[in-house]
Write a protein that binds this ligand. Structure first.
Ligand code: AMP
Ligand code: GLY
Length: 421
């Protein structure tokens, strides 16, 4: 079979690597991929805003399956478009992708189906939002409605911060804003819970905890994710049942009632407060770096799982996992998540020799005349799977030491809640 993967991050390199282990695949394309995916696949640069380019390439190269990594093409309707042209594609359709594409869509669903989430209000203009923040309690959370690459969320400690958030969102910092959302601040511990669905059957796809802030101790600016570990320390059978019964199943039911179903990965971003789950957000894709952290524990053929989802046969497909601890540390370019230099040589990368159950997934890298250069904020993901988190993290530190890349930095405290030093 021939498979195409859309995306260029660590998540897509991890998917590419997992698929390359399937005996049923003889060719993988990545659109556009990175220097890492080039080891297992052919990277192709297309204009992904023009779905016709992808359709034409897929048909003329007889690609059997397209896997969509990031949210933007999903929210823009790539699944509906490709399916209309009889191309098999793994991911949710445009309506279902509103779960990530519009926070207000999700909040309204929560309201209708009594899904536990933060109390909220929707505001259509500056004046109403400003009136509300005069007489409310702090901290509170202000969010832009649409996709904002994780940046359209403000945790405000006082009125001045709230005023700035409202101003920036309505001035269009995250794209044209017709609405904004003001939410109650939930105090608890976060957890990422993943499922996979074919529209009929739901199966768990593990849990993880990511570290979104740039500085140690979970301080500083939000990033795409500085590292993660799986499983989350919070998960147990009782909590899992609550998440499925109170959050996931009512959501799937809600989508059915508006005439659609959910196929693909669903990332359930939760706040756990006194053993009760509250929905913070949905993402209609795997997390990054959670995907890189989770996939090395998979003990089944990922291609079989994707095909079963497309063919609505997930009920008869077994998903096996190794009962191990996986930890991921992300190596970033100095300056990230703000300004950083591009096209910096990663000189020692060939010194890295990966042991069994050690992985190095690329994110912002590219090949120039056979050498590997950093061209993004998050550059390399180091993952190790073992019996304990501490051991996994130490092995990762040894790999990063070998690389000795002085243009990069990483957090040394990933997994601090599950590692006693
Ligand atoms: P989101 O893009 O909605 O996931 O928000 C980004 C981050 O902001 C989340 O991972 C949380 O850390 C935080 N956050 C969002 N909403 C809330 C909330 N209602 N209460 C507390 N923290 C929140
Ligand atoms: N790790 C957070 C995300 O993928 O959105």
């Amino acid at each position: 079979m021939k498979v195409g993967i859309i995306g260029s991050g660590g998540r897509e390199h991890a998917i590419c690597h997992a698929l390359s282990k399937s005996k049923k695949i003889d060719k993988i394309y990545c659109f556009p991929g990175n220097a890492g995916t080039a080891q297992n696949a052919t990277n192709i640069n297309l204009n992904l805003d023009n779905f016709n380019e992808l359709k034409n390439f897929t048909l003329s190269n007889k690609i059997d399956l397209i896997v969509v990594g990031p949210e933007k093409p999903l929210v823009d309707g790539i699944v509906d478009f490709l399916e209309k042209h009889n191309i098999k594609v793994f991911g949710p359709n445009k309506i279902a992708s509103q779960l990530e594409g519009s926070k207000i869509f999700t909040k309204k669903l929560c309201e209708k189906y009594k899904i536990p989430t933060a109390k909220f209000g929707i505001f259509k203009n500056n004046n109403d939002a400003k009136k509300f923040i005069e007489k409310t309690n702090y901290p509170l959370v202000i969010k832009a409605d649409g996709l904002a690459s994780g940046k359209g969320v403000y945790i405000c400690d006082d009125k001045v911060e709230a005023q700035l958030a409202i101003k920036e969102i309505f001035e269009g910092k995250f794209g044209k804003a017709e609405n904004l959302l003001i939410e109650e601040f939930l105090k608890g511990e976060e957890m990422s819970f993943f499922i996979i669905s074919d529209g009929k059957t739901i199966k768990n796809f593990q849990t993880a905890q990511d570290h979104k802030r740039v500085l140690e101790g979970d301080k500083g600016k939000n990033t795409g994710g500085m590292g993660a570990y799986s499983p989350s320390r919070l998960i147990n059978n009782k909590l899992e049942k609550k998440i499925l019964d109170k959050i996931v199943k009512p959501t799937i039911k809600g989508l059915k009632e508006i005439g659609t179903n959910y196929k693909g990965f669903l990332y359930v971003g939760l706040m756990i407060i006194k053993d009760e789950p509250y929905l913070i957000e949905y993402n209609v894709r795997m997390g990054d770096p959670e995907c890189q952290t989770i996939l090395p524990k998979l003990d089944s053929d990922l291609l079989d799982i994707f095909i079963a989802c497309c063919d609505e046969k997930l009920d008869t497909t077994e998903i096996k996992w190794r009962n191990k601890k996986s930890l991921c540390v992300v190596l970033c370019s100095k300056g990230y998540p703000e300004k950083f230099k591009k096209n910096i040589l990663i000189n020692n990368i060939d010194k890295i020799k990966l042991d069994n159950d050690e992985y190095c997934y690329h994110a912002g890298t590219k090949i120039i005349e056979r050498a590997i250069y950093a061209n993004g904020g998050r550059v390399l993901n180091f993952i190790c799977v073992s019996e304990d988190f501490h051991k996994s993290r130490n092995k990762i530190f040894n790999l990063i030491k070998l690389l000795n890349w002085d243009s990069g930095f990483f957090r040394k405290d990933i997994g601090y809640k599950v590692i006693n030093e």
